[in-house]
Structure formats: C-alpha cells, structure tokens
Design a protein around this ligand. Structure first.
Ligand SMILES: C[S@@+](CC[C@H](N)C(=O)[O-])C[C@H]1O[C@@H](n2cnc3c(N)ncnc32)[C@H](O)[C@@H]1O
Ligand SMILES: [Zn+2]
Length: 308
C-alpha cells in the first residue's frame, strides 16, 4: 500500500470513535487502514443525478477500468465533512489538519498542510483541500479585518499543481478560486441546508441544477417569519450565530458525528460524494490506454473544458 513507505514523520493516528490523537507506527496504520477499507464500488458509479459530465466527456466505459481502491488526501480536513463524501464515492481517505481532530473518521495526520513532503502527496491518487475561509468571508470583509487570517488558497494551489495530481480546492463565496462551480443544499435532496460552497478543480465538474431558495428556519425574533417555521422540516442555515440546534443542523447536513463548532466549519458530505464520482471517472479515464490521444481529440472538438 502506498502509504506504508511514504508517511511523514509527523503524528499519524485514527480519529475513529472519538479516540484521542496518538502516535501509531506504520504497521498499526496498516491495521487502521484495513478497518476502513471500502467496498469495491464497481457497477455503482452512476450517482442520483443521472449521466455525469465525465461520462459525457470520457465515455461510459471508463469506470470498468477503475481500480477498486483510489486514495484521496484530504487537506485541512477538520472533522471530515469533505472526507466523508469522498469515502462514500469509494475513495480511501487520509486527512491532514494542523490541529488534533479526534472525531475525524479516517486515518489522520496532524501536520501543517503546506509543509508536507511532496513525495507523500504524490503517493495519493488525488487531493482535496479546504483551506481556512475566514479571510475571504463576507463578514471579515464587512468588518475590515480580513487581514487577520492567512490567505492560503494561492500557495495551496501552487502546491497541488506541482503534485501533478487531479485536485479540488473548496472555499466560500468571495474566495479567489479559479472557474469554481458552486454547490448548494438545494441540489442534494434530502439535504435541508442553504450553504453555498465553491469548488475549483483541474477536471470537469457540472453541478446539478440549482433550485430557488425556500424560506429558512430562524430563531431571530426580528424576522417576519419567526415562529412560522420548523427546524425539522424547513431549510436551515448552519452558522456560528445559532440559527438552529446542533441536532437539526446534523440532520439537515447529513452529518451525525460532529460538534456544533465542527459542523459550522464543514461541508455536507453529499457535495464531495457528487464530486467524488466525477473524479473517479476522470482518474479512470486517465488510466485508459491512449487516454491522452482521446483527451486531445476531445479538446480539439471543443468538448473537454479542463484537462491537466
Ligand atoms: C474550513 S475547515 C475544513 C472543513 C472540512 N473540509 C470539512 O468539510 O469538515 C479548515 C481547517 O483547516 C485547518 N488548518 C488551518 N491551517 C492549517 C494548516 N496550515 N495546515 C493544516 N490544517 C490547517 C483548521 O484547523 C480547520 O480544521
Ligand atoms: Zn443555493
């Protein structure tokens, strides 16, 4: 397994079941890894939104060339909203965060994402990164204190491009992402959350159709619809301001293991599950014989917008 030989010397641990972060040997990690082994997802590659954009670009047969296991490095992983979605689309996920993440549900490395050994990064099939969003948020811009937080998107992008891997960078509206797609809870029933998140990738992602935003539950007495909504049936917004209870936030976002602080930071797993299926098709395509010729032909025909 790729990870055996290439782990950095930083702490490696499983965050499973709230266990405290601890040092484990590479051998132990194999055990951890084995416990998280995912089922082969061959034959299950069509997500609920119908034929995917990567099927259209690369053909339907690419998944038959897909290896059973693909590995994904989940940078700035926090408690694993993004990681969980990739796992649901068949990736073996390893998370990296600068802070301990005792509830992260997959193998975990505590480290500065920008100081990782390039060989370690390159040992994965693909990388997702969710750098901190505070400096790009509307609130920080409004308060004029955006400079208080690091702006990591550009150095992260440079690092991911250097890796040569397919990558995804996720952030909030207003962040300097390149040609991002926006995902929203309305695209993924039964989610009931209004939460726009931007995704930059060096492969094609076609978002599901966006629906008109419904009325959102509120605890704010000043709102005209205060008292007329129900957090268990209406849409919610999950913010630090406390627009709904943590139990309702968990149900609305499809997350059942996080604290309120963690869920405020996270994205619904459904978003990255959707991207994960596209990513699998893309990686499978790259592994087909003559993939480059086919890609160049598609690009020449004007039907392949992004290709690494
Ligand atoms: C917005 S959260 C990520 C949320 C996550 N994608 C999810 O869906 O649950 C950003 C995370 O980046 C971590 N972080 C900040 N600076 C970091 C760095 N230099 N290296 C690694 N992690 C870092 C923070 O501790 C925080 O957990
Ligand atoms: Zn929306």
């Amino acid at each position: 397994m790729y990870i055996a030989e290439s782990l950095p010397s930083s702490a490696v641990a499983s965050g499973e079941q709230g266990a405290a972060t601890s040092q484990v040997s590479r051998k132990q990690l194999h055990t951890v890894w084995g416990r998280f082994a995912l089922n082969d997802c061959e034959g299950n590659a069509d997500h609920q939104f119908g034929r995917s954009v990567n099927s259209l670009f690369y053909g339907d047969n690419v998944t038959s060339a897909s290896p059973a296991k693909l590995s994904l490095l989940d940078l700035f992983c926090c408690a694993g909203g993004a990681g969980k979605g990739y796992s649901q689309s068949g990736f073996d996920v390893v998370g990296v965060d600068i802070r301990p993440q005792p509830r992260y549900p997959f193998p975990f490395v505590q480290a500065d994402a920008l100081s990782l050994d390039p060989e370690f990064i390159a040992s994965f099939d693909t990388v997702h990164a969710s750098p901190p969003c505070q400096s790009y948020s509307d609130l920080a811009k409004l308060n004029g204190n955006a400079d208080k937080w690091p702006r990591l998107i550009e150095p992260v992008r440079e690092m991911l491009i250097r890796s040569g891997l397919p990558y995804v960078i996720e952030n909030v509206e207003g962040a300097p992402l390149l040609n991002p797609v926006t995902l929203c809870g309305t695209m993924f029933p039964p989610l009931r959350v209004l939460r726009h998140r931007l995704f930059e990738a060096n492969f094609a992602i076609l978002p599901p159709p966006h629906k008109k935003h419904p009325r959102v539950h509120t605890h704010d007495r000043r709102k005209s619809h205060f008292g007329k909504t129900d957090e268990w049936t209406d849409y919610v917004q999950v913010t630090g301001g406390g627009n709904c209870t943590v139990a309702a936030a968990r149900e609305a976002m499809g997350i059942d293991w996080m604290t309120k602080g963690e869920i405020n930071e996270s994205i619904p797993p459904a978003y990255t599950e959707y991207i994960g299926w596209e990513l699998r098709r893309y990686i499978s395509f790259l592994r087909l014989p003559h993939a480059c010729d086919k890609a160049l032909a598609s690009r020449a025909a004007g039907i392949l917008p992004v290709l690494i």
